[in-house]
Design a protein around this ligand. Structure first.
Ligand code: MG
Ligand code: MG
Length: 262
């Protein structure tokens, strides 16, 4: 069931989203070669706690294997759900960050992929195109239109560039819980409800240099490309109103990532 949000709820979700984007803005200069991904997780936990929020990813999932960190850090062939570890970020890495905050019961969700140091031209091109996929998807999110318009826009742009679209994972309703209905796939598939005012969704293309196929590592979380080629991931939380669509999370990249060239 799709839970439409009222004005007060959207206002609360907006505040949570602004906080998350502010967190990223401070975090991004720390995402550089030589830094352990565990250090980033510690910083994120601390920042969210100080801001009065809760990290929604921490402890998410099954009781047997809950996600052990506040932020997912997925490097190169890792697509999503990378677990922070003693691994050090290296020059040339594509580092995907994905985080969510619960602020007073209102949930935000945002992801972006940072280019660390000198990345290859092909990795940069993938990252630029994936970010474009996100914005094409957002442009297709309009009250009155069908949800899979988003999927067509995302997939169309990725395929045009010869990239693979991840099919096993998708965007989702968000705001009062981390994962709500509807599912928002990146290729046309499944239910196709009409979008309407009050819908809050996370659009999150996961696009691969090679084929779209992925597998999950033995840790039960880390999703990697089966061909081990690089992947990029961009996500915004958006609110659909009857007459316009608002991006609730904000672009946080400045010196890093691919925003310079956009
Ligand atoms: Mg996310
Ligand atoms: Mg999400």
């Amino acid at each position: 069931m799709i839970r439409l949000k009222n004005e007060k709820q959207i206002s609360g979700i907006r505040t949570s989203c602004k906080l998350l984007s502010a967190m990223y803005k401070e975090l991004l200069p720390l995402v550089k070669a030589g830094v352990e991904t565990l250090e980033i997780d510690r910083w994120v936990r601390n920042w969210i706690k100080k801001a009065g929020g809760k990290p929604v990813f921490l402890g998410y999932g099954s009781k047997k294997n809950p996600f052990p960190a506040a932020i997912c850090i997925s490097i190169n062939e890792e697509v999503i759900h990378g677990i922070p570890s003693k691994r050090k970020i290296a020059d040339g890495d594509l580092v995907s960050l994905d985080c969510g905050i619960d602020l007073g019961g209102y949930i935000s969700d945002q992801a972006l992929t940072v280019e660390v140091g000198k990345v290859s031209a092909s990795a940069h091109a993938l990252n630029v195109a994936t970010r474009e996929c996100l914005y094409k998807g957002i442009a297709a999110a309009k009250a009155g239109d069908r949800l899979l318009q988003i999927a067509r826009a995302v997939q169309g742009h990725a395929v045009e560039h010869g990239y693979g679209v991840v099919r096993e994972f998708c965007g989702h309703g968000v705001g009062l819980a981390l994962h709500e209905d509807p599912q928002v796939p990146n290729y046309p598939h499944g239910p196709n409800p009409r979008m309407s005012g009050g819908m809050v969704i996370a659009i999150e293309p996961m696009i691969n240099q090679g084929i779209g196929n992925v597998e999950i590592l033995d840790d039960g979380w880390t999703v990697v490309t089966t061909d081990r080629k690089k992947s990029s991931h961009w996500e915004h939380t958006i609110a659909i109103f009857s007459d316009h669509t608002e991006i609730l999370t904000k672009e946080s990249l400045s010196a890093q990532g691919c925003s310079k060239e956009m």
